[in-house]
Design a protein around this ligand. Structure first.
Ligand code: TRP
Ligand code: SF4
Length: 435
């Protein structure tokens, strides 16, 4: 197995090394308009091709969001951090699609589809809708033909040795597990099919360990498209892939580029190329995006390589991993508010053994799970968060005060959520055929 990947058991410790080795770009939240706390407080640590999304946001042009959850236990506050990001992109105009990875859960862990369905609808979909994502397109992998169709179509360009080198598969891998990466590629790219909105930039917010899937997806988006654009020292070079007559495609490219305002063209059909001498090399991506939009009409996919941001996982309430199978390690969105408040009172803190020591030496918010809850979920006000941190370090604050505040905030959040869930539940259950 590669050290880091979707099926490696090793937890990621040294993020900056992983970022360097994967060749990721840093993520700068200050580029975003009014970023919410998930972004401001450093949960998202890296990105790929995020400039494409920023351009769409600034130019008020359509962009899609696709993310997915593999429902192995009910939705917890770790999952909520992804939903918070989704909500924000929704507010910036993204159209949102969310995959329930029931094929993945079945192929990798043997979870029956029926079980994923119940959990997916009653916990993930219902809670995300209650959080404000009512108009998102939620679907199950096993129920969306377009996704599975793409998986086998794009699979013709993927070999076993490639999957082995990306994921570390060996000969003992099952046929079903082997199909999981391609299904995820199908999830991510199907939103760009004509019947799902056509080619457009797509943001995929995921955890860092999902990057191998993102790399494969971006590769396949390019390998399956008609037009590719390369920067030259002066200008851009447009190439036609495949074997058919390039001339009509080159002409269509020239017309499109002409209406973008360029005029110095040199067409070399024998080389399957169109040189655009007056296009600045820095416009490579923008031009490629424009040309990809022409592809569906010519019978190609025209997928624009998806962009991604990568978040880190927070620790569980008792330290260690936050896990759906350990109820005490996380607050679940379906937790009774009183139960959740009790979890906060029992959480690991960075406090000292006695109040006296705490006053004298101060606590350590970095090791404190109550502080993590406040930082990523509960305290919106940056100045107040800084104050709490300062008071903790200098011993002016005792853990009881934090716990009281955090428990109260969680109770309030969960009560509101439960109320909204109750309103939505009948309609959601019937929409997904559960009643
Ligand atoms: N593999 C992801 C996980 O384990 C879930 C997932 C399925 C997903 N399809 C996706 C995530 C598409 C992002 C995009 O959490
Ligand atoms: Fe955590 Fe607050 Fe205790 Fe500091 S005082 S260790 S922030 S609970």
């Amino acid at each position: 197995m590669p050290e880091i990947g979707p099926w490696s058991s090793r937890a990621i410790k040294d993020y900056s090394r992983v970022i360097e080795e994967f060749g990721l770009e840093p993520f700068d939240p200050s580029q975003l308009p009014d970023p919410p706390i998930v972004f401001r407080r450093g949960l998202v640590v890296a990105s790929r091709d995020f400039g494409r999304i920023l351009r769409s946001i600034r130019g008020k042009r359509p962009f899609a969001l696709l993310t997915g959850f593999s429902p192995s236990g009910p939705m917890h506050f770790g999952h909520k951090l992804v939903a918070d990001q989704v909500l924000y992109y929704r507010s910036l105009g993204a159209d949102v699609t969310v995959a329930m990875a029931d094929i993945e859960a079945f192929a990798v862990r043997g979870t029956p589809l029926r079980e994923s369905k119940l959990l997916g609808v009653k916990s993930y979909i219902l809670n995300m809708m209650a959080m404000g994502l009512e108009d998102a397109d939620f679907y199950f992998q096993s129920e969306r033909v377009a996704v599975r169709d793409l998986a086998w179509r794009l699979g013709t360009k993927v070999t076993f040795s490639e999957l082995r080198s990306i994921y570390g598969f060996d000969e003992s891998v099952s046929y079903s597990h082997l199909s999981v990466p391609l299904i995820q590629v199908g999830d991510i790219l199907h939103v760009q099919l004509p019947e799902f909105g056509g080619p457009r930039p797509t943001i995929v917010p995921v955890a860092l360990d999902q990057d191998p899937h993102i790399r494969l997806t971006r590769d396949l988006a390019d390998r399956n498209s008609l037009y590719s654009v390369e920067a030259r020292e002066r200008g851009l070079a447009v190439f036609i892939r495949g074997k058919e007559d390039p001339l009509p495609h080159l002409e269509r490219a020239r017309d499109a580029l002409e209406s973008m305002g360029f005029s110095e063209f040199r067409m070399v059909p024998s080389y399957r190329a169109l040189f655009v001498e007056d296009a600045p090399p820095g416009m490579r991506e923008v031009v490629e995006e424009e040309l990809r939009r022409l592809e569906p009409e010519a019978g190609y996919y025209g997928f624009i390589p998806p962009s991604a941001t990568y978040n880190v996982h927070l620790e569980g309430l008792r330290g260690g991993k936050m896990s759906s199978s350990q109820p005490e390690s996380a607050v679940f969105l379906d937790d009774d508010p009183e139960v959740a408040a009790r979890k906060v009172w029992n959480a690991l803190t960075g406090g000292r053994k006695t109040a006296e020591d705490q006053r004298r030496y101060g606590g350590d918010p970095e090791r404190c799970q109550v502080f993590q809850l406040m930082k990523y979920h509960l305290v919106q006000d940056d100045a107040y968060l800084r104050q709490v941190e300062e008071e903790c370090r200098t011993g002016q604050r005792l853990c009881g005060q934090c716990k009281r505040e955090a428990a109260e905030a969680i109770r309030e959040f969960l009560e509101g959520l439960a109320r909204r869930r109750r309103e939505l539940e009948p309609e959601v259950l019937s929409r997904f055929g559960l009643r």
